[in-house]
Design a protein around this ligand. Sequence first.
Ligand SMILES: Cc1cc2nc3c(=O)[nH]c(=O)nc-3n(C[C@H](O)[C@H](O)[C@H](O)COP(=O)(O)O)c2cc1C
Length: 303
Amino acid sequence: MMWVGRAELSAAVSNAGGLGILTALTQPTPDALRREIERCRSMTDKPFAVNLTILPSMGAPPYAEYRRAIIESDIRIVETAGQNPREHVEDFKAHGIIVIHKCTSVRHALSAERMGVDVISIDGFECAGHPGEDDVPGLVLIPAAADQVRIPLIASGGFGDGRGLAAALCLGADGINMGTRFCATVEAPIHERVKQLLVENDERATHVIFKSLHNTARVGRNSVSDKVVEILKRPDAKFEDVAHLVRGAQGRIVLETGDVDAGLVWAGQVQGLIHDIPTVAELIGRIVREARDIIERRLPAFL
Ligand SMILES: Cc1cc2nc3c(=O)[nH]c(=O)nc-3n(C[C@H](O)[C@H](O)[C@H](O)COP(=O)(O)O)c2cc1C
């Protein structure tokens, strides 16, 4: 998670029994990523992963150098996301690294499986970030993927409690991935006001933007995303008309200063299930307990 997937949160997730994921591109340079990996290692002796997100962008970051930093830092698990991960997957696999590929459609999952990735993480339309262009929510996407994908499958998008975890297992997934929910935790390295916003917002408080530009994104609802929607409604609207509003640097200001109208806030529909700001350990413990209770008590009662 851009600007959020730092050592504090990743180590907390791994320490609590999950798999914390550092976001490579949150670090300004590959060397800064090496230092962040070491910082995370100083906070946990559990495994954690690094995410490398490959998105089309002008002045793309030096992906190969970030990849080298990940490999040379002896990271054992990587999450790739975005477009055309082949070159990266091949190099990670050649170094014996476990690759989780996060994608948003069954066809992309199958293509990543053929490419040799070890685990698929599949993001339904509910998710924060880029849900792809097919608009298929998890309730259909997860079992559709489970029907065809042979390697382990992680369900992503809209998960925030034990009901979601139990449901994901019922739908054929082997686990869940959470983004927005982890932003509203004590350890998330973002401003308190943003965490409060996630608690206050409900499941309707997102916008889907950039559909007309074929780069669909789900973001939290605020004055900036309202404005982006309004501008992009114009028939002749172009990306340039909203570029000043959606810059990553503006989103970073939101997270760091708590000025929730300074830029986009990346958040998913699961905001409707977020009612508190627990520690990561409390959150993961609660989710596992709830899911266990559903599986052991609620479901058998239906038999
Ligand atoms: C603040 C934030 C930043 C994110 N940045 C990235 C990113 O850089 N790369 C990526 O692959 N996904 C990113 N995502 C998406 C998450 O990794 C994950 O797929 C998504 O949040 C799952 O949906 P959920 O928010 O409903 O749990 C981001 C999500 C959030 C909330």
